[in-house]
Design a protein around this ligand. Structure first.
Ligand SMILES: Cc1cc2nc3c(=O)[nH]c(=O)nc-3n(C[C@H](O)[C@H](O)[C@H](O)COP(=O)(O)OP(=O)(O)OC[C@H]3O[C@@H](n4cnc5c(N)ncnc54)[C@H](O)[C@@H]3O)c2cc1C
Length: 420
């Protein structure tokens, strides 16, 4: 399925720059957003609501992906409410998670208790990301100045006079060009635009990798997310109604060794952590049932170039700790819209405007990455060593700081609000 809304201008020989590809058409918009994930889709909606011509280019033909983030935190729920979409989202099939806990054989440790937060949404909504994205895209389609092109694989930045002037993408029978006063790269952790722009992230290396797979879920089993630690293994299980989407966390670099040991060893590890799964672990027949995610954490020192801004995972990949990636991507989108709407309407986006977006988002990003790194060292690295007892770090056990993790995971350093 492919979709297109909006007008197309035919190639104009005087405008199209020299390129080795035959360009089928040249389209013009104010803001061209590459990537229809949470960051790109929400930014497109926010700009569309303000009457700004915006084009969203997504490489896939639908929003469905295997093994993506499925958590909508209180910060994003508040943003959805500001957009009038919270009740529509809550009408979709979902479960609610009021606490983030993990169970060890000895105890249950609560990392974050959202019930104590002052918000209308004191919980994480767990629902397939595709449903969230479809809701946003449907809302954006109400605005005639919004264009969505699915199956548009952006491959080139157009650079003229030292500034980015748009992109070229492959899709719909060949090459197409989009010219825009601002291009936004929201194309995820392997951002092609970031690479094309020559922007290099600073990498840190979390001590773990993740194997993702699905196993059947029985209707009477608990809702939400289950975290379990036992015998040097860690698992997080996300309720996807008829299935558990499971993250089996392994020490960094341990995948090849586990794979060589065979799928039976993985099954055995799963049952050691969650004995209840012994009745269905055989569903994992071979390694094709398992997706490997190399856990990364990085951030760009500079999120922009003239005419180009990077947001979401393209600007900062988050570790999976606390499942905050979607929410930071959405917050980036809100700040970008707050800062850039007026310059876009005036047709005059300055480098200082792009710098202002980074300035507002960099500190919260660095802060959450430091918090994730702290939890990784204090809990995950210890958990891999089956001899060590897992306890909540002493700091987080102090009554005065008890609500801090929930606040940090729910909102970050401060709340982000839609201003227009
Ligand atoms: C397995 C896994 C589990 C995760 N679990 C969680 C979780 O539970 N909670 C959470 O908050 N976060 C989670 N995350 C992280 C979360 O998914 C990301 O942080 C979030 O999706 C980032 O949003 P984004 O819009 O920046 O990028 P993405 O969601 O990656 O979206 C980028 C989009 O750009 C498109 N694209 C890429 N290249 C091009 C191109 N050249 N042309 C056009 N389009 C392109 C892609 O198809 C994609 O749709 C998880 C990530 C993974 C990989």
């Amino acid at each position: 399925m492919s979709e297109f809304f909006g007008t197309v201008t035919q190639p104009n020989a005087t405008e199209a720059p020299a390129t080795e590809h035959e360009i089928l058409d040249v389209q013009q918009t104010d803001c061209c957003i590459v990537g229809g994930g949470p960051a790109g889709a929400v930014l497109a909606l926010l700009l569309a609501r303000q009457g700004i011509p915006v084009m969203l280019l997504e490489a896939h033909k639908d929003f469905n992906r295997d093994f993506r983030g499925d958590t909508v935190h209180p910060s994003t729920m508040e943003i959805m409410e500001q957009l009038g979409l919270a009740s529509s989202l809550l009408e979709l099939r979902h479960s609610k998670l009021y606490q983030l806990t993990f169970q060890t054989p000895e105890q249950t440790v609560t990392i974050a208790d959202f019930k104590r937060l002052k918000t209308r949404f004191p919980y994480i909504v767990v629902l397939p990301q595709v449903k969230f994205l479809e809701l946003i895209a449907e809302e954006a389609k109400r605005y005639p100045n919004f264009q969505l092109v699915m199956g548009a694989n952006v491959q080139e930045l157009i650079e003229e006079d030292g500034a980015i002037k748009g992109v070229r993408y492959r899709g719909h029978g060949g090459w197409h060009e989009v010219r825009a006063s601002l291009t936004v790269g929201a194309d995820g952790r392997h951002s092609h635009l970031r690479e094309q722009a020559g922007l290099k992230p600073i990498e840190t290396s979390p001590p773990m990798d993740v194997l993702w797979f699905r196993l059947p879920r029985h209707p009477e089993e608990p809702e939400g997310i289950q975290g379990r630690i036992s015998s040097g293994h860690i698992m997080a299980m996300l309720n996807r109604n008829e299935e558990w989407q499971i993250a089996y966390i392994i020490p960094k670099g341990g995948y090849q060794q586990l794979r060589a040991a065979g799928i039976a060893v993985l099954r055995q590890g799963i049952v050691e952590v969650v004995p209840e799964l012994s009745d269905r672990v055989e569903h994992l027949q071979d390694w094709s049932d398992v997706a490997f995610l190399s856990v990364e954490s990085n951030r760009l020192p500079c999120w922009y170039r003239p005419g180009l801004l990077l947001i979401g995972d393209a600007a900062h990949v988050m570790s999976p700790v606390g499942g905050v990636g979607i929410n930071y991507a959405v917050q980036d989108a809100v700040v970008a819209a707050n800062v850039l709407s007026s310059p876009l309407k005036a047709g005059n986006v300055q480098l200082s405007d792009l710098a202002a977006v980074q300035r507002q988002r960099e500190l919260p990003t660095r802060f959450i990455q430091a918090f994730q790194s702290f939890i990784q060292q204090q809990i995950f690295a210890r958990a891999f060593n089956s001899q060590q007892t897992i306890k909540l770090p002493i700091l987080l056990r102090l009554p005065i700081l008890r609500d801090l993790p929930a606040r940090i995971l729910a909102f970050g350093l401060w709340r982000v609000r839609v201003q227009n």
